[in-house]
Structures are given as structure tokens and as C-alpha cells.
Ligand binder design. Structure first.
Ligand SMILES: Cc1ncc(COP(=O)(O)O)c(C=O)c1O
Length: 402
């Protein structure tokens, strides 16, 4: 049997050391549970950072992947296959944005959004290079996406990044109005910030972005990689806050574990693209599209989005009860099945304490415990998870509950 020590030893010798992992080795999963090499079960409230939307070893997804593997996995974008158009049609009816470009990760979806915002202005014959982004934003690790990501911890070692990016505080409406000018190609915003600590932008800020972009012509890029595609119990979070995007980046839950992401475009922006402008070898291959189609069928036709809304409301109520018991939880933020518990202290000890309890959660923005459970989670599993989290909070910060 492979032990945790063996796995760590071989990784330490041969892997680039960029991940600080929890000390557990997973071998299999089922529904909302993962099992380690000793057969111990863990309730998964993070779903591989918001990716395993259908849980683990979903029978319908597993069958579709196996079936697709026996037909055809990949042909590249040199040729047609039937699934990209089918998937783009479904995404278009869900988002109202009529065109899609498929890629493999959220960062790539953001990268394409930035490129095509500039492409749009290039085609207008008035090139614009500027981007306006927000403090606490996270858009990914490639050079372009990193350039609009706020935290200097991620950016510092890789400078110089792309120039002409202005960061605005999410509550600074005057700052936003000043920052967006006729040199701004686009404003990029997560309508519900994820890595930044599960923070929705306010309706006032969303309206200010719409107005500033209307006045200057700047485009709006919504990064819905984490909060989109039913995660909040709604198809996307932009309409919830009143944001009207021209481009949208999506990923994470789309492939339910198979890597696929997409940039969605308004017709006006898409019209600026020309053959050869952009591309991806793997992007939108048959395997990835097939998985995404299974996910969307479950989400829309299978009623999963309404399930997220229902279980999400239950989760919210239970989290508020938990906060009453633990005064060091200073705020609960989120929607649907995307929640942050903001503590008055570093949240890191909770991650290990939760693992000890057989629970998987994550820490973000130093003080925030983040929950992104699979969409299929039941109210009973949420209750179980909150019970385990309660025990982990007591174990980590013992004796502080009311
Ligand atoms: C809002 C947002 N955008 C982009 C990304 C980058 O996605 P990926 O890690 O798939 O490149 C993330 C990842 O956490 C994200 O939360």
C-alpha cells in the first residue's frame, strides 16, 4: 500500500514545489465523499476548488466519458466535430452571449477575454490597451490573467506584467469613474469574488461599471469562472448584481472534473475576431465537450440548479447558526453553494482540524473558510458537514464557542 510518506517523498524529489498540500492521499470518491488509502472517508465541501460539480464517480458522467473514449477523444481544431456547436448553443441560451471559444482552464478563458477586448478596439481602428480590475481580484496565473489579479504575493516574482492595469477598491465608485477612460479596453470583474474571500460586488458598483463603460465604450468582462454555471443557484451571478457583460469567462464546474473552460462573447465583440487570431490544441475536444454536455443537462434539464438554490438556502441558515455559536466568525458571505466564513483570525488551522474530523474545506484570503461543495450535496450532508466544521472550530480554537 502506498503511504502518505511515500507519496510526499517522491513528490519532493520530482515535482515543482508550488503546492502546499494537506497530508492526505485520496484514492477514490463517490458522491460527496472521498476515500484515502486507508479507506477513511472524508466529506468533500470543496469539490476540488469548485470543479467536481456532479460529485465524484457520477454514474452518468462516468458512462458518457467511457462511451466517448470508445468513439473519439480528440481531433484538434483543424476539423469539425458535432459537440462544440451543441455545447456553445446550450451555453448561449443560458448566458445570452451568443458565441463561445473553448479552452482548458479558467486562466485561459480570462486570457482570451483580455485578448479579444484589445482585438475589438484594434478592429475599430482605435487601439486601446488599458484594463481596469478590482482589489482582491483573482483571475488566474498566466501573464495576462496575472496582470489583472490583485494580490502582489502572486504578481511580485513575475514582474513586469502587462502594463496599463488600474486596480480599484470594490466600494470606490468615484475611483472606478476616474479609472475608466477612453483608453480603457475593458473592465474585468468577478461579480462574486472567490479567492478574494467570497465577496459579492455591490449593485451600486455594478451599475457604476455599466454606466462608465457605456460612457467610454469600454467593454465589460465578467469572470464567472468560480461563481458561474449554477454555483449560486442561478445560471450566472452577473444578472444578480445587475452587471451587463460583453464577455464572460467560465470554467471550473463546466466539465465536472474534465478540464474545459470557455470565453463567451457578445456578437459585437465576436465580430472583431478573424481566423488565426487565437486557438488551443486541446480546446473543446470531444471528451471535454461531452462531459460539459452531461453537466449542463443535469444542471438545467435534471433540476440541479433548483436543487443548489434549495440546499443553498438551507446551508445559509445553518451557517448563521454556526456563527452564533462561534463569535470569532465575524461574517458569512456567499450564495447558493459558494460560502465564506470570515474569521477574526487566520483560518489556516481549520483546514487541518477539519481533515482530522473527516471534512474537506479550504482557506482563502487568510481569514476565510471557503465552502464550494458539489452541486449534488443534500441538506443532510450539509448538516453533517456543519457538525464536523463545528467540531473542527472547537478543536482549533477550543473553548471559544458561546
Ligand atoms: C474567478 C477565477 N478566475 C480564474 C481562475 C483561474 O482558473 P484556473 O485555475 O482554472 O486557471 C480562478 C481559479 O480559482 C478563479 O476563481
Amino acid at each position: 500500500m502506498t503511504t502518505v510518506t511515500d507519496v510526499i517523498a517522491v513528490e519532493q524529489e520530482h515535482l515543482l514545489q508550488v503546492y502546499r498540500r494537506g497530508s492526505v492521499v485520496f484514492e477514490r470518491g463517490r458522491g460527496c465523499r472521498l476515500f484515502d488509502a486507508n479507506g477513511r472517508s472524508y466529506l468533500d465541501l470543496i469539490s476540488g476548488v469548485g470543479v467536481a460539480s456532479l460529485g465524484h464517480a457520477h454514474p452518468g458522467l462516468a458512462a458518457a466519458i467511457a462511451d466517448q473514449a470508445q468513439q473519439l477523444l480528440h481531433t484538434s481544431n483543424l476539423f469539425f466535430h458535432p459537440l462544440q456547436g451543441e455545447l456553445a448553443t446550450r451555453l448561449s441560451s443560458l448566458s445570452g452571449l451568443p458565441r463561445a471559444f473553448f479552452c482548458n482552464s479558467g486562466a485561459e478563458a480570462v486570457e482570451a477575454s483580455l485578448k479579444f477586448a484589445r482585438r475589438y478596439w484594434h478592429t475599430q481602428g482605435q487601439p486601446r490597451s488599458g484594463f481596469v480590475a478590482f482589489e482582491r481580484s483573482f483571475h488566474g496565473r498566466t501573464m495576462g490573467a496575472l496582470s489583472v489579479t490583485w494580490d502582489d504575493h502572486y504578481r511580485g516574482p513575475f514582474k513586469p506584467l502587462i502594463p496599463d492595469v488600474t486596480f480599484v477598491a470594490p466600494d470606490d465608485i468615484d475611483g472606478l469613474r476616474t479609472a475608466v477612460t477612453e483608453r480603457t479596453a475593458a473592465v474585468i470583474v468577478e461579480p462574486l469574488q472567490g479567492e478574494g474571500g467570497i465577496r459579492p460586488i455591490g449593485g451600486d458598483m455594478a451599475r457604476a461599471i455599466n454606466a462608465a463603460c457605456e460612457n467610454t465604450g469600454a467593454l465589460i468582462i465578467a469572470d464567472e469562472v468560480q461563481c458561474g454555471l449554477g454555483r449560486t443557484g442561478r445560471p450566472f451571478y452577473s444578472p444578480v448584481v445587475g452587471l451587463q457583460p460583453d464577455l464572460m469567462a467560465i470554467g471550473k464546474s463546466l466539465g465536472a472534473g474534465v478540464p474545459i473552460a470557455a470565453t463567451l462573447f457578445s456578437e459585437r465583440v465576436a465580430a472583431a475576431a478573424a481566423f488565426g487570431d487565437h486557438g488551443s490544441t486541446y480546446g473543446g475536444n470531444l471528451l471535454a465537450c461531452r462531459a460539459a454536455l452531461v453537466f449542463l443537462e443535469e444542471l438545467v434539464d435534471g433540476g440541479l440548479m433548483s436543487h443548489v438554490a434549495r440546499v443553498g438556502a438551507h446551508t445559509e441558515a445553518r451557517l448563521h447558526e454556526l456563527a452564533v455559536r462561534h463569535p470569532f466568525i465575524r461574517e458569512i458571505r456567499g450564495a447558493g453553494l459558494m460560502w465564506g466564513l470570515d474569521l477574526d483570525r487566520p483560518a489556516a488551522p481549520i483546514v487541518d482540524a477539519a481533515i482530522q474530523q473527516g471534512l474537506l474545506v479550504n482557506r482563502t484570503a487568510e481569514t476565510v473558510i471557503r465552502l464550494l461543495p458539489p452541486y449534488i450535496i443534500t441538506a443532510e450532508e450539509i448538516d453533517e458537514g456543519i457538525g464536523l466544521l463545528d467540531a473542527a472550530l472547537i478543536a482549533a480554537f477550543g473553548g471559544q464557542q458561546r
